[in-house]
Design a protein around this ligand. Structure first.
Ligand code: SF4
Ligand code: SF4
Length: 400
């Protein structure tokens, strides 16, 4: 898969100060050298070059993610101008695009919701679980937690397609977290495992994470409400096992087709790698002097792009590798071996894949189960077969 997702840092500063923020509070401090906001000029060059690259590499669907820092610190006129540029350079050339804005949710207002809706920009909000947990980490510069404002905004404002990102906390209880998702009427939830390397991971948290994910999975599976949230972590395991999905940067067999664009136009690999060591995502490629295809000359971008193909020896021999994909790249880092390790969450991922597989086996017919396994092996070799959608549909009606 060529690059099709552009995570664009339109603001390099934020109005809150999460304790674990990889931009401001972990190993890397490169944000200090970035302009506070992306200029219209940089966005114009970027849109033009996305169009050129997409045409040359056959990409028909481009995903634009407005990111930061906090993207709602940017003047609304910037989004209007950007949409006009995307219409001109992409839509005008037959390339479809969709837009999402990833926000911490504290600055959302009715006016913003209307504006984003009018500009067809979906909204993703980060909320790290229930109030006590969230407020330990996602705090204002004063130290006060941000949960109350985010919750109030999400309850009061009617967001058509709300997506949530939750960085999981080992102290969270699954029923409380699932109840929050239902309460907020979320469409899609991406539950993330915290950014840890072999130097920072606390082994004693493993059983708590397993209990939390197992609990969430069972609640999700047993929830027969048509409007229940789609929990991406489990949906990915199901889809990968069934062989109709290639996954994403955290899991699976796909190439990782996202690119970070900094406010000054630097093109970089996934910014969560900043949690590993300072300067690790730095690249010499900038949209003002390079073409997007030039990024493959950068070793760190190539490493991320191929992260589900280039696996350590342990992962190469693992029977879960076609679903796990060796885990998310930042989770593999150690000072001794670099990225040549299994994920720090290896046991947890293996456990969850095993649990979902067991469930599939128990609920699918023998014929379907055999077929899933045969086809899945083939999918490993020739990427995935997407045409047999029947498998997932069958599975959804039987289990999900
Ligand atoms: S909201 Fe995002 S950018 Fe802002 S401090 Fe938190 S993690 Fe960092
Ligand atoms: S991280 Fe663990 S579960 Fe994943 S492929 Fe590697 S060995 Fe297997």
């Amino acid at each position: 898969m060529p690059i099709n997702t552009y995570v664009i840092k339109i603001a390099s500063r934020c109005n809150i100060n999460c304790t674990y923020c990889y931009m401001y509070n972990l190993e890397d401090s490169s944000y200090k050298k970035q302009p506070r906001f992306m200029s219209n000029d940089t966005m114009e060059v970027l849109c033009r070059k996305i169009a050129t690259y997409s045409r040359q590499s056959g990409v028909k669907n481009v995903i634009i993610v407005f990111h930061g820092g906090e993207p709602l610190l940017v003047n609304p006129s910037f989004f209007t101008a950007t949409k006009a540029l995307l219409d001109e350079h992409l839509k005008g050339q037959g390339i479809y695009y969709s837009m999402t804005l990833q926000t911490n949710g504290t600055l959302l207002t009715e006016a913003w919701i209307d504006f984003l809706d009018k500009h067809e920009i979906d909204i993703g909000v980060t909320i790290d679980g229930t109030k006590d947990i969230h407020d330990q980490f996602r705090i204002y510069k004063s130290g006060k937690g941000s949960f109350d404002e985010i919750y109030r905004n999400l309850k009061m404002l009617s967001i058509k397609k709300l997506g949530l990102i939750t960085v999981l906390n080992p102290e969270e209880q699954a029923p409380d977290l699932y109840a929050l998702y239902k309460d907020l009427k979320v469409g899609l939830v991406n539950t993330l495992l915290p950014l840890h390397t072999f130097e920072t991971y606390k082994q004693e948290d493993e059983q708590k994470f397993i209990a939390l994910l197992e609990g969430l999975y069972r609640l999700w599976k047993e929830d027969h409400d048509q409007g229940k949230p789609l929990l991406l972590f489990f949906y990915s395991i199901l889809g990968l096992k069934a062989g109709i999905y290639e996954g994403h940067e955290q899991m699976g067999i796909t190439k990782c087709g996202s690119l970070i664009v900094e406010t000054n136009g630097d093109l970089e690999t996934v910014d969560t790698l900043k949690s590993c060591k300072s300067g690790i995502t730095a690249s010499s490629i900038n949209i003002h002097k390079n073409e997007i295809a030039d990024i493959f000359m950068e070793e760190n971008i190539s490493l991320y792009y191929h992260s589900h193909q280039h696996l350590c020896t342990t992962c190469q021999q693992c029977d879960k590798r076609h679903i796990c994909g060796g885990g998310y790249l930042p989770h593999r880092y150690s000072k001794v071996n670099g990225f040549n390790n299994p994920s720090v969450y290896c046991n947890l991922i293996k456990h969850m894949i095993g649990l979902v597989e067991e469930d599939m086996k128990n609920t699918a017919s023998e014929e379907l189960w055999n077929r899933i396994n045969q086809e899945n092996e083939a999918a490993l070799e020739k990427s995935a077969y997407f045409n047999d959608f029947y498998l997932l549909e069958s599975f959804k009606t039987e289990v999900a």
